[in-house]
Design a protein around this ligand. Structure first.
Ligand code: C2E
Ligand code: MG
Ligand code: MG
Ligand code: MG
Length: 281
């Protein structure tokens, strides 16, 4: 029986691996064509100031409108794009699309709303990154402060010295820099003070069990006050309940993002969200 079980486990593992390989091969082949065919889209999730309830920024989240798989989430294809190097082309498209959105929003009077994009490891290490961002900002004639770049804490920890230099150069361009998924990357608080960043995003992992888990509430409160002491703005990710919202507001967290306020929206839906907000004032 043990042998039988072992065989089944082996087969399960094997089928799983096979499926993963198939997806990898299929996606890596299809992605360049998909980009040309316009199958990638950005959705925008509002980030609200927790005091005024106004939208201060939106996070651009990539999706793939796959012809027969439906809407594919980034968790399924970003790692493949990262592995094959296609992320560099895809990331350039994301940047240009975000700049277009910044320009269109500014033209409609929403010139104080930032657009945040996510950068992966390969993009962050790309020697062309800085010149590409600089050129794109100039080409689209946007205010660099309206562009925010999210870089995960774990990525920044990989090579601290180099990361600091790149972050400084990015700040020099005038763009806003945010640490994404903060708290799960094991960085020491001491080290954080050396990082030139404007925004710290607390990972959803710490938010999801508020108010049931006392330790998560204490960690969250500590992260907020530490970030404020380092003059960083704090964004809480993944707010789904009023209790979480209330706790974060009480702790003076600056900004909130999550399904409680809005799902990620297509651009036209984002515009109605922003207009509705204006109507309520
Ligand atoms: P992330 O940057 O941490 O983005 C936040 C994720 O949390 C998004 O998932 C968002 O839809 C989800 N989320 C937002 N509010 C809530 C909530 O209240 N509850 C829950 N359960 N989830 C919430 P999504 O869109 O599937 O993106 C997953 C990850 O893919 C992102 O995590 C980011 O690391 C990566 N990603 C997305 N777009 C891009 C991109 O353009 N380039 C790169 N390199 N990575 C991207
Ligand atoms: Mg992000
Ligand atoms: Mg995040
Ligand atoms: Mg995350």
């Amino acid at each position: 029986q043990a042998k039988e079980k072992g065989r089944n486990q082996y087969r399960f593992f094997n089928e799983n691996l096979h499926r993963q390989l198939q997806t990898y091969v299929q996606f890596s082949r299809e992605m360049p064509r998909a980009l040309d065919a316009g199958e990638f889209i950005l959705q925008y999730q509002p980030q609200l100031d927790l005091t005024s309830s106004r939208v201060v920024s939106v996070e651009a989240l990539l999706r793939w409108e796959h012809p027969n798989k439906g809407l594919v989430s980034p968790d399924a294809f970003i790692s493949v794009a990262e592995e094959t190097g296609f992320i560099v082309s895809l990331g350039r498209w994301v940047l240009e699309e975000a700049c277009l959105t910044i320009r269109e929003m500014a033209a409609l009077g929403f010139d104080d709303v930032r657009v945040a994009i996510n950068l992966s490891s390969r993009q962050f290490r790309d020697p062309q990154l800085l010149s590409m961002i600089q050129q794109t900002i100039a080409e689209f004639e946007i205010n660099p402060a309206n562009l925010e770049l999210e870089i995960t804490e774990s990525l920044l920890m990989q090579d601290v010295e180099v990361a600091i230099e790149t972050l400084q150069a990015l700040q020099h361009l005038g763009v806003t820099v945010a640490i994404d998924d903060f708290g799960i990357g094991y960085s020491s608080f001491n080290y954080l003070k050396t990082l030139p960043v404007d925004v710290l995003k607390i990972d959803r992992e710490f938010i999801k069990d508020i108010p049931d888990h006392q330790d998560d509430m204490e960690i969250t409160a500590a992260i907020i006050s530490m970030a404020h002491r380092l003059s960083m703005r704090v964004v809480a990710e993944g707010i789904e309940t009023k209790a979480q919202h209330q706790f974060l507001a009480e702790q003076s967290c600056d900004v909130g993002q999550g399904f409680l306020f809005s799902q990620p929206l297509n651009f036209p839906e984002l515009l109605s969200f922003l207009c509705r907000e204006l109507g309520e004032e």
